[in-house]
Design a protein around this ligand. Structure first.
Ligand code: B12
Length: 333
């Protein structure tokens, strides 16, 4: 199939970051993964078998090509914070990106199926494959030193989704090499010093990881988190390549429901049902209410703030997972 035609169809449904690569092994990343796994840097969100992480043909045996789409999510919205609030990363401001990506890629597939029949699988994030390497190979952006894929128009605020298919294409894209040059702002600005070397992250020190893991967070790890309730954008916000970028056209990623922040007092008082109603369809709730509540307690601790409302709501929380954090926090005030 002609890639120009795919680009046109994609553009019609609002997808303007598109690239194409072969469904070949991600051989380059093998050494990175070996090193990561051997040094205990694998997160619990990644599978154990490295071979499955670099082989698209294990996902679809007869696959030949991958159509890669970047989904921009940058919103230039400034929040008015007039309560005790915590931060949510922009990747979780709107509707869960897994749902949004699937919807648009399905639409694209349906358009393409009108031209020619083919087999396909739609993937993003929750696959064993290394999405960034696929995006890099498809030329939709280059690796930043903060390890994010950076697109010239939308910066690093793009999610990566793709269609693995048995279609053969007429043209395959070329990768783009890093444009970071001498800049090391992300390395210097990361609160946990998680970017230990350019292009290499230690997830265990990354706020985004700390905000998602269910492992016990020590006092030192908790301090790194500041006011984060879910995810972290610091290495992206400081990045010069993210200045003057285009805003996302996807209405789904605007923070209509959450306003991009969490009212901590409200969160502590919420029933499970109220939580689901307000936060249920944002990406950041995938680890459940208790993980966000844990982060909210840590945020209060880091702010050095307490009042009677908070003290009373914490006394009413009956959770083994949260108890150590509540005890630690209350012991200080
Ligand atoms: C586990 C995971 C995490 C972990 C670990 C992140 C990490 N950097 O490894 C945690 C929880 C910390 C995390 C955080 C975030 N994540 Co995350 N995460 C993933 C997941 C599920 C797997 C990543 C993985 O396997 N990492 C292992 C390493 C080896 O791979 P990698 O970092 O993806 O890519 C490296 C190699 O390819 C390597 N490389 C290999 N060989 C070579 C050779 C050269 C020369 C170079 C330059 C590089 C290079 O360069 C990269 C950097 O190390 C992917 C989805 C997926 N299935 O891929 C999303 C994904 C990487 N996450 C994503 C996002 C949006 C985020 C956050 C921005 C969310 C947030 N705001 O909190 C942060 C960003 C933090 C950061 N600076 O990385 C997006 C990234 C989009 C983008 N533009 O790059 C992904 C691709 C999901 C998606 N489909 O959109 N994430």
């Amino acid at each position: 199939m002609k890639t120009e035609l795919i680009r046109q169809k994609a553009l019609k449904i609002g997808l303007d970051v598109v690239g194409f690569t072969y469904a070949s092994s991600l051989t380059r990343v093998k050494r990175t993964l070996d090193d990561r796994y051997m040094n205990g840097l694998k997160t619990e969100f990644e599978i154990d078998e490295i071979s499955k992480r670099i082989e698209p043909k294990l996902i679809m045996e007869n696959s030949k090509s991958i159509i890669v789409v970047g989904f921009p999510y940058f919103s230039n919205i400034k929040h008015t914070e007039n309560s005790i609030y915590g931060k949510i990363s922009m990747s979780s401001w709107g509707l869960d990106y897994h749902i949004v990506i699937r919807k648009y890629l399905k639409q694209l597939v349906e358009e393409l199926l009108k031209i020619e029949s083919f087999e396909y699988k739609i993937l993003s994030d929750t696959t064993p494959l290394i999405d960034r390497e696929i995006a890099y190979k498809a030329g939709i952006g280059y690796y930043g030193k903060n390890t994010n894929i950076i697109n010239d128009t939308y910066g690093s605020f793009i999610f990566i989704g793709y269609i693995i298919t048995d279609l053969l294409l007429d043209i395959y894209s070329l990768p783009v090499e890093s444009k970071c040059d001498e800049c090391d702002l992300c390395l210097r600005s990361c609160p946990g010093k998680a970017i230990e070397q350019p292009y290499k992250i230690n997830p265990m020190k990354c706020i985004s990881y700390l905000s998602q893991t269910k492992k016990y967070l020590t006092e030192e790890e908790s301090k790194i988190m500041g006011k984060s309730i879910y995810g972290c954008d610091i290495c992206q916000i400081v990045c010069p390549k993210n200045k003057n970028i285009k805003e996302s056209n996807f209405i789904e990623f605007k923070p209509y429901k959450t306003n991009g922040v969490v009212d901590i007092k409200e969160l502590l008082l919420m029933s499970k049902r109220e939580f689901d109603r307000k936060y249920g369809d944002m990406a950041g709730s995938w680890r459940g209410k208790n993980v966000l509540t844990r982060n909210a307690i840590i945020a209060l601790d880091n702010m050095g703030y307490i009042d009677d409302d908070i003290r009373n709501s914490l006394k009413n929380i009956d959770s083994e997972f949260l108890r150590p954090y509540i005890t630690r926090y209350l012991s200080k005030f």
